[in-house]
Design a protein around this ligand. Structure first.
Ligand code: FMN
Length: 319
């Protein structure tokens, strides 16, 4: 089977610089940052800039932007693409600006951002056009199937985006109202693939938990690339596993020791970035994804929830 690009899905609270770097090292061809607020950038919010940090080695990273006002989106995209913004730091320039048209969270859609944009395909096109006008790197878009099952309009939205210059469309096969259940619908991804010009990549996303799921995504949709989110949180080796099948190679899964060591290295990198207190607090949930299913994982999780220092986390993960 022809190798297709494997992309780490953007996940707020998870796809920070250390995690993206880990996935890139383990076989993700591309990564995407956590979503960055266009409005906050235009207000010159300093904390927001820390989301747009690209470390050495994360050399195929797109920055995701959310918002709904074309002018604000254009202005923020220009700052992100050029890196001309206090606090933004790039070891590698971003390879694309990705526009979030999929986030279902109430607070986001209440402001007209994320998947709320899909209720207005013309506005989707205007947002893309405004961003395309202000940056020289490709502009990509991530959408869902639609708002709800009465309004499955991924094809219309994708076409509006492409007509206005979008270079790639990633589709998560659920509506906004479905949030994360029931299962993602590959049929809608296939419809987008069939509707768009062949030279515009359509990336399939949703519920890829295994190599078999990845192969089914390719076969059922004809997609041009694969985007994996939640499975990677505790199993970043999924990229290597899928990549090996594409390359006709054998995949050797990590040992339990390697999994624990990788979780520990990730926590250490997060602590280095965010400081010990915030880093350890945030890392509790992050490390828990790695130990899921291991013998003694419930006890380890309890320990992680009480841990306050990096040394305590190390002790629990090495126990
Ligand atoms: C915790 C979490 C945070 C997410 N944050 C974002 C985000 O910032 N931007 C975005 O476009 N999608 C976001 N998503 C959606 C994912 O990118 C992806 O579309 C979704 O999880 C389905 O893929 P999966 O089944 O492989 O996880 C998020 C999902 C999760 C679970």
């Amino acid at each position: 089977m022809e190798p297709l690009p494997l992309i780490l899905a953007p996940m707020a609270g998870f796809t920070d610089a250390p995690f993206r770097l880990l996935c890139r090292r383990l076989g993700a061809d591309r990564t995407v940052t956590e979503m960055v607020s266009a409005q906050a950038m235009v207000y010159k919010d300093r904390k927001t800039a820390t989301l747009a940090k690209i470390p050495e080695g994360d050399d195929h990273c797109a920055i995701q932007l959310f918002g709904h006002d074309p002018a604000v989106m254009g202005e923020a995209a220009a700052m992100l693409a050029s890196g001309d913004y206090a606090g933004v730091s790039y070891a590698h320039p971003p390879v694309a600006i990705d526009i979030n048209m999929g986030c279902p969270v109430r607070k986001i859609v209440a402001s007209g951002d994320g998947s709320a944009l899909m209720q207005n395909p013309a506005l989707c096109g205007q947002v893309v056009a405004a961003v395309v006008r202000t940056v020289r790197i490709p502009v990509t878009v991530k959408i869902r199937a639609g708002w709800d099952k009465e309004h499955v309009n991924a094809v219309e939205v994708a076409a509006a985006c492409v007509e206005n210059g979008a270079a790639q469309i990633a589709v998560h096969g659920r509506t906004r109202n479905q949030m994360y259940a029931p299962s993602s619908d590959n049929g809608v991804i296939r419809s987008v693939r069939q509707a768009l010009p062949a030279n515009v990549p359509v990336i399939g996303n949703g519920d890829i938990r295994s190599v078999a799921d990845a192969l089914a995504m390719v076969e059922e949709t004809g997609c041009s690339g694969i985007m994996i989110g939640r499975e990677a949180l505790g199993n970043p080796w999924i990229f290597a596993a899928v990549g090996a099948v594409f390359a006709g190679q054998t995949y050797i899964p990590p040992t339990e020791d390697e999994i624990r060591r990788t979780a520990m290295d990730l926590v250490a990198a997060i602590v280095q970035d965010k400081g010990e207190e915030a880093g350890v607090r945030e890392s509790r949930g992050r490390a828990a994804h790695f130990i899921r299913g291991m013998r003694g994982s419930a006890r380890m999780r309890e320990g992680l929830n009480r841990a306050c220092t990096l040394a305590q986390v190390r002790e629990i993960l090495q126990d």
